[in-house]
Design a protein around this ligand. Structure first.
Ligand code: MN
Length: 323
C-alpha cells in the first residue's frame, strides 16, 4: 500500500441480519419473499457470514433478527421464543466476541415482558439495544401500551432500532396490489417498507413519546427512511394554524440516528448530512438482503473527510452503542 494512503478504517455495520430457525418455523404459512433464497446466509452465525465480511473489509457486525413472525404471535409464545432466540444469538456472539455484537428481538405482544427481555439481554448478555420490526398485531409502536419498552431503553441508555415490516394488509391491497405481480419488491424494500417505517417515525414524534422519555435514542435504517429529505416540509406543515404546535424537526434531530443500510446514495447522504450532521449517520449494509461489497465500494467514493468517514464507519457506533 502506498504510504500516502491512510490505513483502512475499522468498519462496524449495524443492520445485519440472521434468522433463528425456531422463530422462522412459525413463518411457514407466511410469504417471506426472497428469504428462501437467502436462508443459508441468514441461518449462518459463523463461517459464511465472517467470510463475506472479510471479503468486503467489514470488521464487526451488530447482528439482529430478520423480519419474522415474532411480533404477531400470542404473548406467551412470543415471550418463550424471544428468550430462547436471544440466548442462541448470545451463544453465537460469544464464539466471536471480537467480530459480533447483538440487538435483541423483543416479544412486543407483551410490552412489559419485552421491556424485561430488553433489560435481561442488555445487562446479562451484553446486547447493545433491540430491534423492532414493523407493527405488532397491526398496531404501531407509538401506542402508549408499548411505552414500557422505551422507558426501559432510556433507563438502560440503549437505542431501539425501528426496522421495516410488511405494510398493513389493507394498505397492501389499496396501494400496492395492482403492481405486485410484476414488481414484488414494491410493497417491501422498494417503497412499502419506507412508507410504513416513515409513518412509524412520524407517529412516534407526534405521540409525545419523546417528552415522556427525553433521553430516548432511536435508530432508523435506509438513510432515515426518507425523513431527512422531508423533515422541513413535515415541520412547516404540522405547525400551520389550526393544529397543535410541535417541534417536529428538533425532536427528529435530537432523538434519531440513521444508518446507510441498503441505500448507498451520495445525494441522499448529502441531504441527511445537511439535516442531521455527520455524528448521526452510521454505516450499515442490511446483509444478506444487500451485499457487503457495494456498500464498502460506495463508502470509498464519498466526498467527505477521512475524519467524517471514520465517524460513519466506527466512531458514531462506538459512542451510541458503547462498544
Ligand atoms: Mn434490514
Amino acid at each position: 500500500m502506498p504510504s500516502s494512503e491512510t490505513a483502512k478504517p475499522y468498519v462496524i455495520a449495524l443492520e445485519e441480519h440472521y434468522a433463528d430457525p425456531a422463530v422462522m418455523a412459525r413463518a411457514a404459512s407466511r410469504p417471506m419473499g426472497r428469504m428462501a433464497g437467502l436462508q443459508n446466509k441468514l441461518n449462518d452465525l459463523g463461517e459464511v457470514r465472517l467470510g463475506e465480511m472479510d471479503a468486503a473489509g467489514i470488521d464487526f457486525q451488530v447482528i439482529s433478527h430478520a423480519p419474522s413472525p415474532m411480533q404477531q404471535l400470542d404473548a406467551s409464545e412470543a415471550r418463550t421464543l424471544a428468550t430462547q432466540a436471544n440466548d442462541r444469538l448470545h451463544d453465537a456472539v460469544d464464539r466471536n466476541p471480537d467480530r459480533f455484537a447483538a440487538f435483541a428481538g423483543l416479544p412486543t405482544p407483551d410490552p412489559k415482558a419485552a421491556a424485561d427481555e430488553l433489560e435481561r439481554t442488555v445487562t446479562r448478555l451484553g446486547f447493545k439495544g433491540a430491534m423492532i420490526h414493523g407493527r405488532s398485531h397491526e398496531e404501531f409502536h407509538d401506542l402508549q401500551k408499548f411505552w414500557p419498552i422505551y422507558e426501559r431503553a432510556q433507563y438502560l441508555d440503549v437505542p431501539i432500532y425501528i426496522h421495516p415490516g410488511p405494510p398493513h394488509p389493507a394498505v397492501q391491497q389499496a396501494y400496492y396490489a395492482d403492481y405486485l405481480a410484476d414488481y414484488p419488491g414494491l410493497a417491501s424494500a422498494a417503497w412499502g417498507f419506507t412508507i410504513d417505517t416513515a409513518n412509524q417515525v412520524v407517529r412516534m414524534i407526534l405521540s409525545g413519546l419523546f417528552d415522556a422519555y427525553p433521553n430516548l435514542k432511536i435508530i432508523v435504517g435506509h438513510m432515515g427512511e426518507g425523513i431527512p429529505f422531508l423533515v422541513d416540509r413535515i415541520d412547516e406543515s404540522l405547525n400551520r394554524p389550526g393544529g397543535k404546535p410541535i417541534p417536529f424537526k428538533r425532536i427528529f434531530a435530537e432523538h434519531f440516528w440513521i444508518t446507510t443500510s441498503g441505500h448507498f446514495s451520495t445525494p441522499a447522504l448529502m441531504c441527511a448530512l445537511l439535516e442531521l450532521g455527520i455524528d448521526r449517520i452510521l454505516f450499515s449494509v442490511d446483509w444478506p438482503y444487500v451485499d457487503n461489497l457495494p456498500g464498502m465500494q460506495w463508502m470509498a467514493t464519498l466526498p467527505v473527510s477521512s475524519t467524517d468517514k471514520e465517524k460513519m464507519f466506527n466512531a458514531n457506533a462506538r459512542a451510541l452503542l458503547k462498544l
